[in-house]
Design a protein around this ligand. Structure first.
Ligand SMILES: Nc1ncnc2c1ncn2[C@@H]1O[C@H](COP(=O)(O)OP(=O)(O)OP(=O)(O)O)[C@@H](O)[C@H]1O
Length: 330
């Protein structure tokens, strides 16, 4: 009995209990003309309240599928997914509407999907507020305040066709924030913009996160977004495979600089994805040798007959490869 109690006490806390967004072992399988496509293959992701993160990945890696799930438009085949108090696996269609109206806001890549063309910027921001039944005077004041935070107050009376792409996206962010959501999801928000304008839009997201405290998740194939966020999560083959964390460090002389550290993600089942360039550099295919060292786990080629994985030689090869390719350690 005492042992059972001890075990119960020692049980780890529920996965992501304190996080705002929890994706646990998410699987999404599509059937297309008799062929099964596994868009999400056991994806784990935790996002805390107040974070600003980017989810990046190549085309087909599963980003849009993840966003459809998180936005309540699609239900995964298996796994658990929660945003704030909403369990997205078991939600009714009525709750889904409520969730989309109150808890999350969206910015899409296509500006036409974000803004009604015949309404002014201010009217566009007021529209979701009106749908939520908020009084007219309050709508006016809040729409004006949001356009101000996004730096586009001067566009209040303009229609989308009278604004630049960057201005339209900043107004779109204001629309996404109209009903004070807990999370703002942005799907390729800079996809149709040039680099300088993209930077303005991403900085606007940063301002929203900093000044309004809204949690922001930007989904994109553009790796340069990582320069604008604290955490970048990389999706590969339907799973989170790597993360880049940025923070400010102080040099010996007291000056500050930005540091970006890259980590591989170990999922809940203990799986890790080795980057393709690492696999190619050491010809790691099929079976590999894993050894537990005092401070690390070593992975060595193990598929060659008679190869007993001599650590010294392999480590030297790895160092030489690093030196040759100038890669960062993960
Ligand atoms: N409705 C669907 N029916 C069948 N297969 C689908 C469907 N939606 C997505 N897929 C497949 O699932 C995989 C993941 O697609 P997804 O759109 O999530 O990737 P993505 O990372 O967003 O790509 P992109 O950046 O090109 O939009 C792909 O192989 C895609 O072909």
């Amino acid at each position: 009995m005492a042992t059972l109690e001890e075990r119960a006490r020692a049980r780890p806390e529920a996965f992501g209990r304190t996080s705002l967004i929890v994706c646990e072992s998410l699987v999404r399988i599509y059937q297309s003309e008799g062929i099964e496509v596994q868009a999400l293959q056991g994806l784990d992701l935790l996002v805390d309240e107040g974070e600003l993160i980017a989810v990046v990945g190549a085309s087909g890696s599963g980003k849009s599928t993840l966003l459809s799930v998180l936005s309540g438009l699609d239900v995964p085949t298996a796994g658990n997914v929660r945003v704030a108090e909403w369990d997205l696996m078991t939600m009714t269609s009525r709750e889904r509407v409520e969730y989309r109206r109150t808890t999350v806001g969206f910015v899409w890549q296509q500006t036409a999907r974000n803004l009604v063309p015949y309404l002014t910027a201010e009217e566009n921001v007021e529209l979701p507020m009106a749908l939520a039944g908020r009084p007219r005077r309050q709508r006016r004041a809040e729409a004006a305040a949001l356009l101000d935070v996004l730096g586009v107050a001067y566009c209040a009376d303009r229609r989308p066709s009278q604004m630049s792409g960057g201005e339209q996206q900043r107004v779109a962010i204001a629309v996404g924030l109209a009903n004070s959501p807990r999370v703002l999801f942005a799907d390729e928000p800079t996809g149709e913009l040039d680099t300088a304008t993209s930077n303005d839009v991403l900085e606007a997201m940063r301002a929203v996160n900093r000044d309004l405290g809204t949690t922001v998740v930007v989904v994109t194939h553009d790796p340069s977004v990582r320069d604008h966020v604290q955490r970048t999560v990389e999706i590969r083959d339907g799973r989170t495979s790597a993360e880049v964390l940025r923070h400010t460090a102080t040099r010996d002389d007291g000056t500050q600089h930005e540091v970006a550290e890259e980590f591989a993600v170990l999922d809940r089942a203990g799986r890790i994805q080795l980057p393709q360039d690492y696999r190619e550099a050491l010809d790691l295919v099929g079976r590999v040798r894993l050894t537990l060292e005092q401070s690390h786990v070593a992975v060595r080629p193990g598929n060659r007959p008679g190869d007993r994985g001599t650590p010294g030689a392999d480590e030297r090869a790895a160092h030489e490869n690093h030196a040759r390719h100038g890669r960062r350690a993960r």
